[in-house]
Design a protein around this ligand. Structure first.
Ligand code: IVH
Length: 705
């Protein structure tokens, strides 16, 4: 495409993408699917990469990217970001309004009520319509520059929309005011404040992932948002679904009320809370507050109260700010989500990899409108950290729909009858032994036949990141096991419609569909296959490197005849031909992972299952194979040292391998390139002494382009 045509196409694409982004992320509606939208984004990115000079800061392609930061720069706030006074009971609100009426006798009763979002306050600055800065509250005077991270939030517009005349007329502005507002928005720097939030669902998704990775979980959405926004790498942030709700506009505009301000924020392209309402009496406010106190669990995100704002903005400067907050608004909080109760018992539950998780049984207690009888304890270390004993009085906390947590033991209330908590000696499911591996927090069931372990293993095999078999959700998998239709992963492939039809939940059509979707996955991508096996420590990244290594190795040895590799049996042979040390060199990912892989492929039972998979027609598939000509790094040996900024180490290594290069951990004469990242040490020195070519990350990226 010539440049002129490209310019036009880019403009059209940007407008279209922005329109659908707005529908999806601000209005929660959609006209086209997410993948269709991704496809438009890809076209735009491709065009922009041909003509980089056409990239503008407000292009949808500019949301993610930029170099990871070392730290956040400090930003001085234009206007102090203050806090708010809290009311906990109706009397507090009555007293507050009473004081205001004494201060201002002409005070009229118009209150704009909003939900109090429990997230992270954020200030966004726009210059001549374009988003150019986001800052956290910090100490109120100075915050941190988190622009790169906030850019990834799709509900934050990268360019403000200019409201048209009739829209502004509708919110009560006259001709002169309309012109003034339009001009100011277009020409000056304006600031929007609001709250960055994470949905409770997204928090649960993240916590599940963290738990699998053995990381400590996030206590509530607020911590999760704060943790996300403080990530130095914006790519990480872009994966966490955050949203921004606007509630404040800092620019001198002829706006009469808070309600109109919110309306204007909407016209500028921001998400605001649909629950916001205008009231004329305290009784109405109390109704609104009580309603949301008991219905807050219906909201997708966490709220901890309502904010009552005096609607007429002319009162704001008169009432002013005292101490920590303004006189013209008040947070009326919901009842605390904490309560005390007694710990009756600790039961142990078992997960996919055989990990035992302690679950607290509690004396039933009402917390935030729900009766709570159980709480998670994560692991033995958590029990020790809390100093928890059976019979203890504890404080529990419930945050939204998140599973309740024990946060504190009230030690002084002990009467001496409390009992120590011991790790279960037997697996709660199969009665087999339980062991804690060296250096690990978790205890595991050592019986590989354990039902629960097996159930999780089968679920994992067909789950999204693994084989991704449509229609084979956890419930169906459990049903198939209970009805003895499957006992290991190979059995999925020998299922027939006749096996399914007699089962509950299945009709002719659904049985047929499921069998078809299973059969469709008979050719499995090697990386997904390895991951699906659920080998301990072998996640998606490791599986991917491993798959590339195996395939390349084999390809080189066997003159490119990868057809042979389709055979599961050959694959087993190849993997088994490696020693533990070979494996370590091959995937160079440390001894724990290689040992885990090695042991898995030495285990007779595992091999039996693999052979059954082969007998049931499963074949291995290879993806993204480059032919010899494209393997531009064929035979070249690389050493990586120091921290890379744009690529993860695994990605860099995988790229080298894909292109036919090899990776070594030690610098020697045989090495062709040493890639030097930040804070590289002795390897860099050694390479210099040996006269080996040293390249930085940028040069490396050029090399692999
Ligand atoms: S108005 C005076 N409106 O609550 C500054 N704040 O406890 C208050 N918040 O730092 C700004 N929802 O992060 C306002 N609808 C809402 C809010 C809200 C949540 C947060 C905000 C503020 C904190 C004060």
């Amino acid at each position: 495409m010539d440049k002129n045509k490209t310019i036009k196409r880019i403009e059209k694409l940007k407008t279209e993408i922005n329109y659908h982004r707005y529908l999806y992320h601000v209005e929660d509606r959609e006209e086209i699917s997410e993948s269709a939208l991704d496809s438009l984004k890809k076209e735009l990115a491709d065009l922009e990469s041909n003509f980089p000079e056409l990239i503008t800061p407000d292009s949808p392609t500019q949301r993610v990217g930029g170099k990871p930061l070392n730290k956040f720069e400090k930003i001085e706030h234009s206007v102090r970001m203050i806090s708010m006074f809290d009311a906990f009971a109706r009397d507090d609100v009555h007293n507050w309004i009473g004081r205001l009426k004494r201060l201002k006798s002409d005070f009229d009763s118009e209150y704009y009520c909003e939900l109090k979002l429990d997230g992270l306050a954020m200030a966004l600055r726009y210059k001549e319509l374009v988003f150019n800065l986001a800052a956290t509250r910090g100490d109120g005077m100075v915050g941190e520059n988190v622009t790169q991270n906030v850019k990834t939030i799709e509900s934050v517009p990268l360019r403000l929309r200019v409201p048209n005349k009739s829209e502004l007329k509708e919110i009560g502005l006259n001709i002169k005011e309309i012109n003034e507002v339009q001009n100011k928005i277009k020409k000056s720097e304006i600031e929007i404040r609001g709250e960055v939030v994470m949905t409770i669902k997204e928090l649960e998704r993240l916590n599940k992932k963290f738990e699998q990775l053995g990381k400590s979980v996030l206590a509530n959405p607020r911590n999760a948002v704060a943790g996300s926004i403080r990530q130095l790498n914006s790519e990480v942030v872009s994966e966490r679904k955050l949203a921004f709700y606007a509630y404040e506009l800092i620019v001198d505009l002829p706006l009469l009320t808070q309600g109109r301000k919110i309306k204007l924020l909407e016209l500028l392209g921001f998400k605001t809370l649909p629950q916001n309402s205008l009231f004329n009496s305290l009784d109405e406010i109390f109704k609104f507050r009580d309603y949301w106190a008991s219905h807050k669990n219906k909201l997708p995100f966490q709220v901890d109260g309502i904010v009552i704002k005096i609607n007429q903005l002319r009162f704001w400067p008169i009432l002013g700010i005292v101490g920590k907050g303004p006189r013209y608004m008040m947070a009326y909080k919901f009842p605390a989500e904490q309560s005390t109760t007694k710990l009756i018992d600790v039961k142990w539950q078992i997960g996919r990899t055989g990990i035992l998780t302690p679950i607290a049984t509690l004396e039933p207690v009402r917390v935030g409108g729900v009766i709570v009888t159980h709480a998670t304890l994560h692991n033995m270390d958590e029990i020790e950290r809390l100093g928890l004993r059976i019979g203890d009085t504890v404080i529990i906390e419930r945050a939204g729909d998140v599973i309740p947590k024990i946060i504190k033991v009230l030690v002084k209330l002990r009467d001496g009858s409390e009992k120590k908590i011991n790790i279960s000696k037997k697996c709660p499911n199969c009665g087999g032994g339980v062991k804690r591996a060296e250096g690990e927090v978790a205890y595991r069931c050592i019986n590989t036949d354990c039902y629960a372990v097996n159930l999780r293993r089968l679920m994992h095999f067909v789950s999204k990141g693994a084989l991704d078999i449509e229609g084979l959700g956890p419930k169906i998998v459990e049903q198939l096991i209970k009805n003895e239709k499957v006992s290991d992963v190979s059995d999925f492939f020998s299922l027939s419609e006749c096996d399914l039809k007699p089962l509950e939940r299945f009709a002719d059509k659904s049985a047929k569909n499921l069998i078809k979707s299973i059969q469709d996955k008979k050719q499995i991508d090697l990386a997904k296959f390895i991951y699906a096996l659920g080998i301990r420590h072998v996640g998606e990244g490791v599986s991917y490197s491993f798959a590339i290594m195996i395939a390349l190795k084999f390809q080189a040895d066997k003159n490119n005849n990868i057809e042979l590799l389709k055979d599961v049996k050959r694959l087993i042979k190849i993997i088994q031909s490696f020693s533990k040390e070979n494996l370590m060199d091959l995937i160079d990912l440390g001894p724990v992972i290689s040992e885990s892989l090695y042991n898995w492929f030495q285990n007779k039972k595992n091999i039996e299952v693999l052979m059954k998979l082969k007998d049931n027609g499963v074949q291995i598939k290879y993806h993204r194979f480059l032919d010899k000509k494209q393997r531009t790094l064929q035979g070249k040996k690389f050493v990586l040292t120091g921290t890379l900024e744009n690529l993860t180490r695994i990605d860099a290594k995988n790229k080298i391998r894909e292109l036919g290069g090899e990776i070594s951990t030690t610098v020697s004469k045989n090495i062709d390139y040493v890639i030097v990242g930040k804070n590289s040490g002795s390897k860099n020195e050694k390479a210099k002494n040996l006269g080996i070519k040293i390249i930085n990350e940028d040069k490396f990226i050029n090399l692999i382009k």
